[in-house]
Design a protein around this ligand. Structure first.
Ligand SMILES: Cc1cc2nc3c(=O)[nH]c(=O)nc-3n(C[C@H](O)[C@H](O)[C@H](O)COP(=O)(O)OP(=O)(O)OC[C@H]3O[C@@H](n4cnc5c(N)ncnc54)[C@H](O)[C@@H]3O)c2cc1C
Length: 449
């Protein structure tokens, strides 16, 4: 096989805004709202026809807890999304289990209400650079190649596609060998007689017996499931595809196929061997395999496992997190889960969102400048959304100050987030937005994401 040179093509400019956010997952949603609330004109560009990222396209559910004293730490954009979900009847009273279709509606609604312009079905391709500055972004679309221009850009693609192609230094996977956490295709079955369903321990015993006998081929050490919003529907986050690369099209394709082979094994096993599942049927598979980890940018700051295990706090801390370190073994069975003590949390400093080398770019969501272990904690949807909100707010502030994000004082970003209702300062006055909620975290934190 020999490579092909792409001919030069004109790309019509289909969008222009002060802040352009690429990717509409939890991070992109946060970024769009953060920038809009900080007064910027915002365009969000997403490759699919809806928002939500892993929460919708990846079928990931529920929102993992990131709480302190029974209160949601992510009291800004994430709380706004949850409130909209609840108002549309798409969120259970536990505050975590949601209907993914309603999550799409809620995410779009809150963006439009905030004045964010949305462009769907446009997949980011390459940036056009002028020196260290991104001048325009080129996308693949149904109309062919199109261009978008923004004074400030926020990369919320989850994989740091924009930062990497703009030449920002990135890391991939864990430090020792570059391997990433496994991918997982999430799937749901309906028609389950939940009254007869075994408890977690008993179901795991059945799972391990089927694995031992070779009837179910999946490297995971247990079977991970959650109740869905609808009665009789069970959500499985349990396939495990190791040693594949989410940024390589052939490897990603192979991962999708391997995950579906595993789903077929699971379905046969559930129907044949698990009480309550005899009459179940498959109702959904995430339309994109779940990607836990790929690239992470190297930014102005870099947060390490040692720092978060010492509960590091920063004057420019833009997100508080105490979801455990949660590393699914990149090579096969086993999951490392390290909880933070009750009442403790760590903070992510602003510099982790500012990639090196490019002057008008920030990164939001999961691919920020942290190590493999810290990433395994902050990647869950609530903090990923707050990190996005911080990146969006910073983009707007940098624009107003006419300076690159690297020159911005991170304490100003923190102050803007506090103004937007994010709980970053102690005291009840700052705890308001997002509201108090019942802390049901203990049960869920024993589970993994
Ligand atoms: C299997 C699995 C299980 C998980 N379980 C949980 C859980 O139970 N609870 C929890 O809270 N978290 C969980 N997580 C973590 C969480 O879902 C993700 O880490 C989180 O969604 C990250 O948000 P993000 O916005 O950074 O990225 P994503 O959610 O991946 O969103 C990225 C967005 O960018 C778009 N995009 C990507 N590339 C391009 C491009 N080139 N051009 C245009 N658009 C692009 C995508 O379509 C997507 O909408 C899980 C993750 C996985 C993979």
């Amino acid at each position: 096989m020999s490579d092909v040179t792409r001919p030069a093509q004109r790309a019509p400019l289909v969008g222009e805004a002060e802040v352009v956010v690429v990717g509409g997952g939890p991070g992109g949603l946060g970024a769009a709202l953060g920038a809009a609330q900080a007064g910027a004109q915002v365009l969000l560009v997403e490759r699919y026809g809806f928002l939500g990222g892993m929460a919708t396209a990846g079928g990931v559910n529920p929102f993992m807890p990131n709480h302190l004293d029974g209160r949601r730490l992510d009291s800004g954009a994430f709380a706004t999304w949850c409130d909209a979900l609840a108002a549309l009847g798409g969120l259970l009273p536990d505050g975590r289990t949601f209907n993914p279709e309603v999550a799409k509606l809620a995410a779009e609604q809150i963006c439009l209400e905030a004045g964010v312009e949305l462009l769907y079905h446009a997949s980011f391709d390459v940036p056009q650079m002028i020196g260290e500055r991104i001048d325009a972004l080129l996308f693949h679309s149904k109309s062919g190649p199109v261009a978008v221009r923004g004074a400030m850009l926020v990369d919320c693609t989850g994989d740091a596609d924009l930062a990497a192609r703009a030449g920002c230094p990135c890391e991939y996977g864990r430090e020792a060998d570059g391997l990433t956490q496994p991918m997982t295709a999430n799937f749901d079955v309906a028609g389950v007689d939940t009254a007869r369903m075994p408890n977690r321990g008993a179901l795991n015993e059945l799972y391990l017996a089927a694995k031992e006998a070779g009837r179910l081929r999946c490297p995971r050490e247990n079977c991970l499931w959650f109740k869905a919003v609808e009665p009789g529907r069970i959500h499985f986050n349990t396939t495990r595809v190791v040693c594949h690369d989410a940024t390589d099209v052939r490897s990603l394709s192979a991962a999708e196929m391997e995950s579906r082979r595993q789903i077929l094994d699971y379905l046969r096993w559930l129907r044949a061997e698990v009480p309550g599942f005899e009459e179940c049927w498959l109702v959904s598979i995430g339309m994109h395999i779940g990607v836990r980890e790929s690239r992470r940018v190297r930014g102005l700051a870099y947060l390490t496992r040692a720092e978060v295990e010492a509960y590091a706090k920063f004057a420019d801390g833009i997100c508080r997190c105490n979801y455990p370190i949660d590393i699914h073994n990149p090579l096969g069975a086993g999951t490392e889960l390290v909880h933070f003590p009750p009442g403790e949390w760590y903070e992510i400093p602003y510099g982790c969102l500012v990639p090196q080398r490019v002057d008008n770019l920030l990164v939001g969501g999961r691919p920020i400048s942290v190590d493999h272990a810290v990433h395994s904690s902050m990647r869950v949807m609530p903090p990923a959304c707050t990190v996005g909100q911080a990146a969006g707010a910073a983009a707007a502030l940098a624009l107003r100050a006419n300076c690159p994000p690297a020159a911005l004082d991170g304490r100003a970003v923190k102050a803007e987030l506090v103004r937007q209702g994010v709980w970053l300062v102690d005291g009840d006055a700052q705890r308001g937005a997002g509201g108090a909620m019942k802390d049901t975290s203990s049960a869920a934190t024993r589970l993994t994401a």
